[in-house]
Design a protein around this ligand. Structure first.
Ligand code: MRU
Length: 376
């Protein structure tokens, strides 16, 4: 495939390739996904991961799956009937892929958009229906890239030139179409000569911080230091951190945000140390239909990820009980500001999230603690 720009996926000549992130940082290998089972497995195994990237992969995944399903779909001879069957099979495919992971709302959001894209296209032939799906997937892809760029600009307006920044998991290029969500302002600032010092939590158990964030930042020439998750308090106490920047997998109507397990502990620590805690949330990750974080389904993953994965040999007794929730919810009250592609949202989040999505003016919060909102 030649030398490709770093991205979690590429759609080239009708083929969907993903960078297998389980092999990073040792090996940079792109694999082709051809069937709905390939797409489901790649998302479930975190070969492609990060809320926005999962959404984009699922969108192309629905398209390539439908192309394959079409080969097995008998033609009725009546276009309308065939199109109805196409719609029904598309729904089955989307429902199946949605089952791969429950927490990141972008997965369901993108697949719902694909079905809507087909419906709204008013396609009059199967060929047009397939074309409409491809167009929708490309739209989702490029909208995500633009959203990341915009979040980068808004985010950068909150940061000073030599700040120490703590981040968790990976919300960078590898998690999105390009730039990342919370790493986008770091890339943008770096281009403009800012001198950030990034601290990356290793992010147990799947080590997205150690394996992915450090790898992509080092590759871009950005100063990054890896720490274990339990060192966050120490780096904050030593005055090395001026802001905490994290991504989000699902933000509910009241501003609670689910993100990688361990995020909420950082938010509590940041508050204790008086450090601003910024959550980067494209509107595709905002779920206004869910009232609060209490209603978010938290993915529980395999015991082996904690017991033995990434170790040379298992690091726990063979039969010890293991609890492995993959995400936690940061309550809205710990989030200093929410950075979306449409602007920076300040509390009250229950009012302002709705306003920003609907393009209405946001309300100013009278007692909002402005400390940390501008370091320029
Ligand atoms: O389990 P993962 O690696 O998919 O978890 C990813 C995260 O928690 C990210 O922070 C989140 O998806 C935002 S990515 C821009």
């Amino acid at each position: 495939m030649g030398q490709l720009e770093l991205a979690p996926l590429h759609f080239i000549s009708g083929k969907l390739y993903i960078l297998d992130q389980t092999l990073l940082p040792r090996e940079e290998t792109y694999i082709e996904l051809q069937t709905k089972e390939d797409v489901y497995d790649a998302i479930k195994a975190l070969k492609v991961r990060g809320a926005p990237a999962i959404g984009v992969a699922a969108a192309y995944g629905a398209y390539i799956s439908m192309r394959r399903e079409l080969m097995n779909m008998p033609s009725s001879g009546y276009v309308q009937e065939d199109l109805m069957t196409f719609g029904n099979v598309l729904k089955e495919v989307c429902d199946y892929i949605k089952g791969a992971r429950p927490t990141a709302v972008n997965l369901a959001w993108a697949l719902d958009r694909m079905q809507l894209g087909f419906k709204n296209s008013h396609a009059r032939s199967i060929k047009d229906a397939a074309k409409a799906l491809l167009e929708e997937a490309i739209k989702i892809h490029y909208e995500d890239e633009e959203a990341c760029r915009a979040m980068g600009e808004y985010g950068l307006s909150l940061l000073g030139r030599e700040m120490g920044i703590l981040t968790h998991c990976n919300a960078g290029t590898l998690a999105t179409s390009k730039y990342g969500t919370c790493l986008a302002p770091i890339y943008l600032g770096h281009e403009q000569g800012y001198d950030f010092h990034v601290y990356a939590d290793e992010t147990r158990p799947l080590l997205q911080g150690a394996r992915l964030t450090t790898w992509e930042l080092e590759r871009a020439g950005i100063d990054v230091t890896l720490i274990c998750d339990n060192m966050a308090n120490t780096v904050m106490k030593q005055g090395l951190i001026d802001a905490v920047l994290v991504g989000c997998d699902r933000m509910t109507a009241n501003g609670d945000g689910a993100n990688k397990i361990g995020t909420s502990a950082l938010a509590v620590l940041a508050k204790e140390h008086g450090i601003p805690f910024y959550m980067f949330v494209p509107t595709s990750t905002i779920d206004l239909n869910t009232p609060s974080g209490d209603e978010i389904e938290i993915e529980v993953r395999d015991d082996e990820e904690v017991r033995s994965m990434w170790y040379k040999e298992p690091m726990a007794p063979e039969n010890v009980k293991i609890f492995n929730p993959s995400f936690d919810v940061t309550p809205a009250r710990y989030i200093t500001a929410i950075i979306t592609e449409k602007g920076i949202v300040k509390p009250p989040y229950d009012v302002n999230l709705k306003a920003i999505i609907n393009g209405e003016p946001m309300r100013e919060y009278i007692n909002f603690d402005i400390r940390g909102l501008s370091h320029k």
